[in-house]
Ligand binder design. Sequence first.
Ligand code: FES
Length: 386
Amino acid sequence: MKSIKEMLLETLKNGPEVLTDITACRRNGKDIITEIGRVDKKIAEYHPKMLNLEVSEIIPNGNEAKTFRLTSENGYLPPFLAGQFINLFVETDGVRTSRPYSLSSSPLQRGYYEITVARTADGFVSAYLLDKAKPGDRFEANGPAGHFYINPVFHKKKSVFIAGGSGITPFVSMIRDILESGKNRDIILLYGCRKENTALFYEELKEKVLAHPNFRFELIVSEDESFKGRKGLIDAEIIRETVQTTDAADFYICGPQVMYDFCEKELAALNTDKKRIHREVFGASKSIQTEPGWPSDLTGNEVFKIKIDGKIIPAKSGESVLAALERAGIKAPVCCRSGGCGICRVRLVSGKVFTARGVLKRYADEMFGYIHSCKCFPISDLEILL
Ligand code: FES
């Protein structure tokens, strides 16, 4: 039987050489292999900074969403863990922006990625993808990235997935991965939707319940009195009834912002250990004015000035610094747009920002004046450095 190391090496092109390089780097503390930068080049080959993707198929999903199958222009797609996302760039009306989308396809196949896009009330990018994108269109993306996945070493064998609306997408990838590979895990999916016909992947999930005794699924509908199944919200009672005891499981939540606050309270009411609750990052902050700590004298409509690279650009207090940069045509590095990855950091030279919830700041950020531009909002004139 092959060792894990041998199996991993087989999945890499020139695996043994890569391993030799890494060993040499560790020993010498820097990249001084015969060919300077050889390790960086190898890493860039496996994890390119930018992916060039092409829409190969668009599949309707529920009443209000579509699944986009994306292939790579050069045939290579980096591996990912079920639950991770890609950040897709879109240029529309002269503004280049991006949105993170969880991959819904299984990590077991690497021929394509799939993302599922649902319409949102003020969705600039989602509206573009749903109404204008067509097979053959090309998009750039970065990732896959993110920390929302099952860690089999530390997480319990039983996983309870709590999804709301399009928050089902990372769970579909996890469910496909677990069930298709025959992993020894138990899954319970509680899926909250407004109406039955807005549920995504509904038929596939029902079929999987019949085929796999280790998978249970319940749809909970909040706005449809005629629905025959369970109605309401995913509260403590539903969780207790379906899961029995919360001690023996890990809980994973993905959905709209209000759902996190609600479900976390319900889980707390069941004395669930906080360590056992995992949540996808917040996503871009909507209506920042309602967040605790927002200055009461600001409405979100004030326009401040940002000085950057000798230019002055306008920035609304209710819009992130990143959004202001994008609107002004300034290319800022970005990935999760949720405060989690730190790729969008910029240096705040002067001025004040309001930082939204969910930002994972490092000690060094505080010390050297770095802010996460995706989750920081101008509350005075600013000067920043990219
Ligand atoms: S883009 Fe990830 S923290 Fe801002």
